[in-house]
Design a protein around this ligand. Structure first.
Ligand code: FES
Length: 160
């Protein structure tokens, strides 16, 4: 079968099997920034925004996502034009192997859209579905707090 998606603001059409997940279709079509973890919806490595809602793409059938807007981490910012959240993760040293990072960035983006100034508890609750094997989470929480500060500063600058 064939279906179209709007991925990071670009319309793309792919061929895929009826049982393929959105994760499979994305990864088979050069979107390897979406990581494949346990495929059980438990690790958060494959998170994307689907019409603005954070979902584990391993748990979504591609056919149900046709015609919808999909945002991967590259839609938030790229290596040449990083988002402030990505800058904050680097600055806080919250990236080690980097496998969990795309999902962490998207979960942070989603959190700060909803709660611009989250408490530590709110950060832990929102990132509960994102596993990291390397960092021990301390620096990730620091990165989320720094992201909140940088975004606020940026907003203030925009008002001046
Ligand atoms: Fe390695 Fe998080 S940095 S899994």
């Amino acid at each position: 079968m064939e279906g179209s998606f709007v991925i990071n603001n670009q319309k793309r059409t792919f061929k895929f099997k009826s049982g393929d997940t959105l994760l499979t279709v994305l990864r088979n079509n050069d979107h390897t920034e979406v990581k494949e973890g346990g495929r059980e919806g438990l690790c958060g490595a494959c998170l994307v925004l689907l019409n603005g809602v954070l979902v584990n793409s391993c748990q979504v059938l591609a056919v149900s996502a046709t015609g919808k807007n999909i945002t991967t981490v590259k839609g938030i910012g790229t290596i040449h034009t990083p988002h402030l959240i990505q800058k904050a993760f680097v600055q806080a040293g919250a990236v080690q192997c980097g496998f969990c990072t795309p999902g962490m960035i998207l979960a942070t983006y989603d959190l700060l859209e909803k709660i611009p100034d989250p408490t530590e508890q709110e950060i832990k609750k929102h990132l509960d579905g994102n596993l990291c094997r390397c960092t021990g989470y301390v620096k990730i929480i620091k990165a989320v707090k720094l992201s909140s500060i940088l975004l606020k500063e940026n907003e203030e600058k925009g008002k001046k």
